[in-house]
Design a protein around this ligand. Sequence first.
Ligand code: NDP
Length: 296
Amino acid sequence: MTAKVIDGKAFAATVRAQVAEHVARLHEENGLQPGLAVVLVGEDPASKVYVRNKHASTIEVGMASFEHRLDAETGEAELLALIDSLNADPKVHGILVQLPLPAHLNSELVINRIDPAKDVDGFHISNVGLLGTGQKSMVPCTPLGCLMMLRDHHGKLAGLNAVVVGRSNIVGKPMAQLLLGDSCTVTIAHSRTKDLAEVCRRADILVAAVGRPEMITGDMVRPGATVIDVGINRIERDGKAKLVGDVHYASAAAVAGAITPVPGGVGPMTIACLLANTLTACCRANGLAEPEGLTA
Ligand code: NDP
């Protein structure tokens, strides 16, 4: 079997187009423009690229983008004061603090200072609790993107066996909660899981969020399963820099029914979902109906 490739790049473009359409309608019918504020502290090169991409995508869909670049020595009080002002600003519907923060800043304290209704990353403890109890929340962007691709591919997910490899707060745990919300039977695997290959082979849906290049190989995949590769790993092969996932693509694609590539799978969906979350936050803040198909 050769797996169907789930084209995250194309799907993300569709999501962005849907968001842009909603944004235009909000402007026309309600005189509103959703706004996203991104806060970057320091000079981390990867973070700077992410922030630049987020800014460009935000503008492209017709939203307002507010960038706040602070130097690496910025103190906690100054950062918290900025978040307070963004919380109070009616033009700002979504706030994202780019992680990781410099070591002297307490990330949890900073994230939990964001108004949960504007927490478009879905990392605020209130949103984590709401998701965990099956209530309406802001959902972390990467797992939301994975869920959208799975719903698009499978239609209904109820009753499917899902295995999520990785239990981080930003990917693994929320991914598992979302799959549970769609009535999958969910297993979460991690570094202490016994016989990981056997656990993975039970999966109709296998999500890899490990951070280890090409760790999930074809022999760990059930024939016909859907494989979602969240991993982004920069490696060197044959003297060249290369981006690979947590899944060994060639061997897994030979067994799976469908698979996301790296790059061009989950990655593009993350920014698309950030825009979708900002739109959702704007609609909720103004008592308007949420955009259909763009939330969990
Ligand atoms: P973390 O490092 O926070 O978590 C990794 C998880 O993998 C942990 O739960 C860990 O288990 C588990 N793990 C590590 N080694 C093994 C192993 N040998 N067997 C089984 N489980 C193992 O990573 P993140 O969740 O933040 O990210 C995961 C990957 O996703 C990374 O490659 C990251 O770059 C990528 N990513 C991609 C995004 C995108 O937009 N596409 C967004 C966010 C992340 P334990 O808890 O026991 O230590």
